[in-house]
Design a protein around this ligand. Structure first.
Ligand code: URA
Length: 247
């Protein structure tokens, strides 16, 4: 498929490099290169390909990734999945310029402030909706540390497809519990309801002390990605999200 093209000033503007005027000025100064040559005309049309950061520089630095980014963040505890709440936000962990991108980067669903682990972020609205769509049944795997020992009834309760959480109008889809130790369990769910895992254990008479998302579909956190660090995902890795699910 042929790559879409965009005017240089529009493309860099949408990536937070400034107004069309700012970009025209940068181009005139010779601050933008493509394949080693100065791009002095800000109205030139550029093929928007994922390898642009390998081919284009702005002020001597590789250009930011073009629209269509998918980011895997190892979310630390204590940061909020919101664009505007007080306190540290997941977006603060990304380069500052990325806050000015249009389309904006958003989290794919949310993790609670005190939940850590695998969080995807993207500016691709279609992909976001495909991942969170209930029809896709993308599995989410959480590890929970509990305040009290498991009593042995939780597995059947969570798998029943009958558990009704307070305030909800339909029961939860079956979820799978794996006991790791008396106070630690791994839970696989396919829904994304508000505070869902914490509310499930509360419904079973327990309390979640720490919660970590290990997996989303076929993706897990790379071993070398520390809390607070992130990585851009290529298209072939993104496909792994849906591995094993319906088309
Ligand atoms: N369930 C929760 O309770 N919290 C999360 O962050 C994710 C799932």
């Amino acid at each position: 498929m042929k790559a879409p093209t965009m005017r240089l000033d529009k493309l860099l503007g949408s990536m937070g490099y400034g107004s069309r005027r700012d970009i025209a000025a940068l181009a005139r100064l010779g601050a933008i290169t493509l394949d080693g040559r100065d791009l002095t005309d800000a109205s030139a049309r550029i093929a928007v390909t994922p390898d642009l950061p390998d081919r284009m520089t702005v002020d001597g630095e590789p250009v930011d990734p073009p629209p269509g980014v998918v980011i895997l963040l190892n979310k630390p505890r204590g940061v909020t999945c919101s664009h505007k709440e007080a306190g540290p936000l997941v977006y603060d962990l990304l380069p500052t310029r990325w806050r000015a991108r249009d389309p904006a980067i958003s989290t794919v669903g949310r993790l609670d402030k005190e939940t850590s682990g695998l969080l995807l972020m993207t500016d691709d609205g279609d992909l976001l909706h495909r991942i969170i769509s209930p029809k896709r049944h993308v599995a989410k795997v959480y590890r929970a540390i509990l305040a009290r020992p498991l009593n042995g009834t939780e597995g059947a309760l969570f798998a029943s497809g009958q558990l009704m959480l307070e305030g909800d109008d339909k029961p939860l889809k079956p979820a799978e519990l794996e006991v790791i130790s008396p106070t630690e369990a791994r839970l696989t769910v396919t829904e994304g309801r508000y505070h869902m895992v914490r509310r499930m254990f509360a419904a079973a008479g327990n309390h979640v002390e720490a919660l970590h998302r290990e997996r989303l579909g076929g993706l897990c956190i790379p071993a070398d990605l520390q809390p607070g660090q992130w990585r851009l995902l290529g298209a072939e890795v993104v496909d792994r999200i849906f591995a094993g699910g319906p088309p």
